[in-house]
Design a protein around this ligand. Structure first.
Ligand code: FRU
Length: 506
């Protein structure tokens, strides 16, 4: 609109206009031929097809995942100027079907005295017809970093920070609650009242989630602690989310610095959930009941929203703070998982790819009761943007392997060990050029039959849904796209059903 309202053939801009419309102009420049020769240009084919990635630069946590005026909005921790973390902005993308995303102008930059170090993670809600963002403003006071909660109010495209920020300061909490580690508010509305949960540190080593409430989302009062960890395994609890799934209250959060516990938790930063008490207006949660949300190598800081049709959808940052997994020369870093539908069954969260994916699944290749012995490839079973289900009906040997993104140089291996009821993920040969974790083992929850393995691949990632989403595993691979074979290996006879689709927008 801005360009159309300019009548000249030659576009002249004031510096103020350039500043205000920088990102719209960048979009236009993307369509200009010479742009593709500049160092800033990123060919869409160098990115995943349907997973959210930053337009350029760095992305971490999903923020403000919400429905506003009928469209799904996803904001994210964004540093546009490098493929590294830096002072946090809020990037913004919008979708109508959870798969095709449109980039909107950056919603917030760290430009105020209360957020000059960064606009950290937060959430969004539709309120009084406006789109309200609640986020953590990070600043410095007397040489010390402090974190407070702030709001910005917008129309779905442009957002203005509230004049009376911060709206929740740490000093309204009891004294031993940390003022520095106090971040990542998640807002929701229940029975006419706003609530938000915020991650916090208690004394030295404990992480906790604190609850606040408000009549108008601007004036908040401290309520109580909803969850505190045991101070032994993990400390700060980042990115809490309070949600309801199938009538059960659930808390999700990402504890930092955990120690591995069997195959449930890995060392470092994990993402967990706990199911609460459905009888309470706002439930509290028992740390001992925690479970892992994803058993892969790259999954952190998930956030959920409820769609108008009642589905609870979750998206997470498909990356680990400790791993740098990028293709050579890649000009962006970080991506989101596929949005997943959540449900509760047998006291656990089950996840499945959003059903909108169905309409982009084309060209099926199907094998029924296919015998696998030794190492085999199968006609039509290959690709890097695919949906593939492998369902073993009989595995006689000690291991059954599926190798994806494979050629003579690269491979990523998923091995099923029937005797141990385990799946091992191995990306050692996927082209990772840093010393990052490449192998993880999963204990399969369902032990009565061989696991149904549903793989979703989108160029540089593999998301595995085990047994219809009872467990999931997300993995990023930096493998060059020409490695697109899929190999099946069984040491003894095995029989499998395979169903593979290409995923395409054409
Ligand atoms: C989690 C996190 C959040 C914080 C943000 C900063 O990945 O550390 O706690 O708000 O990233 O970018």
């Amino acid at each position: 609109n801005f360009i159309q309202n300019k009548s000249e053939n030659i576009l002249t801009l004031t510096f103020e206009e350039l500043k205000e419309h920088f990102f719209e102009l960048k979009h236009i420049m993307l369509t200009i031929k010479n742009w593709s020769k500049t160092e800033y240009y990123i060919d869409e084919k160098e990115k995943p097809l349907f997973h959210v990635t930053p337009e350029t630069g760095w992305m971490n946590d999903p923020n403000g995942f919400s429905v506003y005026q009928g469209k799904v909005h996803l904001f994210y921790q964004f540093y546009p100027y490098k493929t590294e973390w830096g002072p946090m902005h809020w990037g913004h993308q919008v979708t109508e079907d959870l798969l095709k995303w449109e980039a909107y102008p950056v919603a917030m930059a760290p430009d105020q005295d209360y957020d000059h170090i960064g606009c950290f993670s937060g959430s969004a809600v539709e309120a009084d017809g406006k789109h309200v963002l609640l986020y953590t403003g990070v600043s410095q006071k007397d040489g010390k970093e402090i974190q407070n909660q702030c709001i910005a109010i917008g129309d779905g495209k442009t957002y203005e920070k509230w004049q009376d920020n911060p709206v929740i300061k740490g000093d309204i909490m009891p004294e031993k609650f940390d003022r520095k580690d106090f971040r990542d508010p998640k807002i929701w509305k229940k029975n006419g009242r706003y609530y938000c949960v915020v991650g916090n540190r208690y004394e030295e080593n404990c992480g906790q989630i604190v609850l606040f409430s408000s009549a108008d989302y601007k004036n908040w009062r401290y309520e109580k602690v909803l969850l505190r960890n045991d101070g032994k395994n993990g400390d700060m609890l980042e990115c809490p989310d309070y949600l309801e799934v199938d009538g059960y209250p659930v808390i999700i959060c990402s504890p930092q610095n955990m120690h591995a516990q069997k195959y449930e938790f890995h060392n470092g930063h994990n993402s967990i959930y706990i199911i609460g008490d459905a009888e309470k207006e706002i439930s509290d949660f028992a740390w001992e009941k925690k479970r892992n949300l994803d058993y892969g190598l790259d999954f952190y800081a998930p956030q959920t929203t409820e769609l108008p049709d009642g589905r609870r959808i979750m998206v997470a940052w498909m990356k680990s703070w400790d791993a740098r997994v990028m293709t050579k020369g890649q000009k962006w870093q970080g991506m989101m998982t596929l949005p997943r539908e959540l449900k509760i069954k047998d006291g656990k969260i089950w996840q499945s790819p959003v059903r909108e994916l169905e309409k982009y699944k084309k060209n099926p290749t199907i094998y029924t009761e296919q015998k696998i012995s030794g190492q085999m490839s199968l006609d039509g079973i290959n690709g890097r943007v695919i949906d593939m289900t492998v369902e073993p009906t009989n595995v006689e040997g000690r291991e059954f392997k599926v190798d994806v993104a494979h050629n003579e140089e690269y491979t990523t291996t998923f091995t099923y060990y029937p005797e141990k009821h385990q799946i091992e993920i191995d990306r050692t040969y996927s082209g990772v050029n840093a010393d990052v974790v490449c192998v993880r083992k999963i204990e399969i929850a369902e032990k009565h039959h061989a696991p149904k393995l549903h793989f979703i691949m989108d160029r540089y990632s593999v998301e595995l849904f085990i047994n219809d989403g009872e467990q999931t595993a997300s993995v990023v691979i930096p493998t060059p796209l020409e490695a697109n074979e899929i190999i099946f290996t069984s040491d003894e006879a095995a029989t499998v059903n395979i169903e593979k689709y290409e995923i395409t927008f054409n």
